[in-house]
Design a protein around this ligand. Sequence first.
Ligand code: NAD
Length: 486
Amino acid sequence: MSSKVIVTIFGASGDLAKRKLYPSLFRLYKSGNLSKHFAVIGTARRPWSKEYFESVVVESIADLADSPEQAQEFASHFYYQSHDVQDTEHYIELRKLQNRLNEEYQAEHNKLFFLSMAPQFFGTIAKHLKSENIVDGKGFERLIVEKPFGTDLESASQLNDDLLATFDEEQIFRIDHYLGKEMIQSIFAIRFANLLFENIWNREYIDNVQITFAEKLGVEERGGYYDESGALRDMVQNHTLQLLSLLAMDKPNSFTKDEIRAEKIKVFERLTQPSQEDLKKYFIRGQYKSGKVNGKKYISYRSEPNVNPESMTETFVSGAFFVDSDRFRDVPFFFRTGKRLTEKGTHVNIVFKQMDSIFGEKLAPNVLTIYIQPTEGFSLSVNGKEVGELFSLSPISLDYRTEATASGASPEPYEKLIFDVLNNDSTNFSHWEEVKASWKLIDQIEELWRNNQAPLHEYAVGTMGPSASAELLAQFGAEWQWNPQN
Ligand code: NAD
């Protein structure tokens, strides 16, 4: 790994930079992955001094540093440039600073650019980086872009073309921070390091797959952004489909980024494009209404700050995707995600087919559950004999839960992802072909909804969404495995 690098962050005064990027860079510094030969240039509109920027950085890592001296030493690597991304003069200044720091820190011209601001600026930044010769072909040059990557296929394609004018696909790292989570990466281990699972990971044995991204919170202060986006674009186009691809992919020939990517891309390309009829049947949207949970009152989505009082934006979506591969043809991949649900959690349930029973009673299916957050781990439910004289069966859960995140043993997603970029490892990032295929599918659903060809179901706060979501699974003779109660 090269720890010699000048990192330039666009949007350095923003929320993401303070909450995630500086702490993650600090963790990499503490673990020795970044040491002497790195500097960070923070750019944003505000006129900050280097001293002030350092104090912002120190504050953001206060809980992580062993001593004030350590925090200060780290922050001394940070430089600030007040910068309007539309102003060419500012890039000329940026190049001078970049060159100076490259000399000072002997960074071997390696450059990492992190675009941590509104995507409408990405194109102009990429263009200027090239025209002002900041991207000069010396050393490695990599670009990290934040989500959302477009709002539909057209805007995503435009954005991609803008970036490709300066960077190659291999240099572009599209962040999906879920892919940095420990248990998402553990899916590779569960699937490809266990004969037990890999041999039955197919349509012969798997009845359905269920992916849940549940939030207990409402839209909080993000109402303005969310009302334009909705759950489908905010959570499904990226995180849900990325997770699905890891669950549905074939076994790569080797555990390398190119082989893994090739298999993932095949899944995206084989996502079934539903007919108009299926679109109406298989995708459910919902919006939370006002209500009480455990005596506490909650306002409706439409009453949230910065939300249109007549908004038709979905705060919940569930549906069924299909992958037309030999491995998974006709197996539904159910998903649901929403705000103001019963409990926060990201879970995957792999529901195996029911066995013929010789016991005169119906057998519960085996279910493998992967807990991604807030707890990490997995459990397997198997049928066992109840202790006693009579022979009766009951499901037993074999549980493995770790407290790795709580104890700090798991890396933060952004730490892991920045580490990967420094290693030039794009395994845990979204490839353009994946983004393109996912927008193609999502656009169809959006269009149906925009034309109001499917109902917007209301749901009560503190539930797991509208009843239509359970009815969707019932069409397939299935039911949601995770049913948290208040
Ligand atoms: P933010 O609004 O807090 O910060 C935006 C930054 O951009 C600020 O530093 C601001 O000074 C800078 N900026 C805005 N206009 C500028 C201009 N014309 N010239 C120069 N700088 C300008 O945003 P954020 O929450 O930090 O999010 C950054 C990006 O990360 C967005 O793309 C967002 O969608 C994405 N994201 C954020 C989070 C999060 O938790 N905050 C999570 C996922 C994705």
